[in-house]
Design a protein around this ligand. Structure first.
Ligand code: XMP
Ligand code: MG
Length: 177
């Protein structure tokens, strides 16, 4: 596997997209009622760090949840969730921050675990959406980019834990391509 020569999504497009999402989210939550961002580790960390610094919503709390469903570039179908001990969201307005929606299995598992914790509201923001790959319907209120069915890395997204630190988003291509 090797990286595409040019980024699929360049720095300036990412920055503009993060600002747009922050405006959309603020328009919904700017009433002083507060918000808990639940950031999905590890892929969404860089996106969430940029997003929260643009987000004019107060009070803003940030929590993390860990989900794992991929081995290399293949979804294994089963989702392992690790909920961190201080994730209490009962009565709170919650926005889940994801890196990418693919089959929808991971996000569905996360949303249903959070729903069990009785939040006042529960919405989803994803940086990337591979719409054509969806197996379970998921309603993402805030979507950064809809992309074709490529395996992408960078800006938090990994291939076997590599490439997360790249500042732009690249396609991972088979070496023979
Ligand atoms: P599902 O299929 O559950 O998958 O919607 C969502 C999770 O799978 C990972 N994923 C990717 N990771 N590049 C990545 O680095 C990709 O193109 C990709 N597609 C899916 C990701 O962890 C996401 O949370
Ligand atoms: Mg991953």
């Amino acid at each position: 596997m090797r990286l595409s020569e040019r980024p699929l999504i360049a720095r300036a497009e990412i920055d503009e997209c993060v600002r747009r999402l922050a405006r959309e989210i603020a328009a919904r939550y700017q009433d002083g009622g507060g918000l808990v961002l639940v950031v999905v580790l590890k892929g969404a960390t860089i996106f969430a760090a940029d997003l929260m610094r643009c987000l004019d919503v107060h009070p803003l709390r940030v929590e993390y949840i860990r989900a794992k469903s991929y081995d290399g570039t293949d979804s294994v179908g089963e989702v392992e969730l690790i909920v961190l001990p201080d994730l209490s969201v009962a009565g709170q307005r919650v926005l889940v921050v994801e890196d990418i929606l693919d089959t929808g299995r991971t996000t569905t598992a996360i949303l249903s675990a959070l729903e069990d914790a009785k939040p006042a509201s529960l919405e989803l923001c994803t940086l990337l959406d591979k719409v054509s790959r969806r197996v379970i319907p998921v309603n993402a209120k805030y979507v950064g980019f809809s992309i074709d069915d490529h395996f992408v890395v960078g800006y938090g997204l990994d291939y076997r834990e590599e490439y997360r630190s790249l500042p732009e988003i690249y396609v991972l291509e088979p070496s023979s391509a």
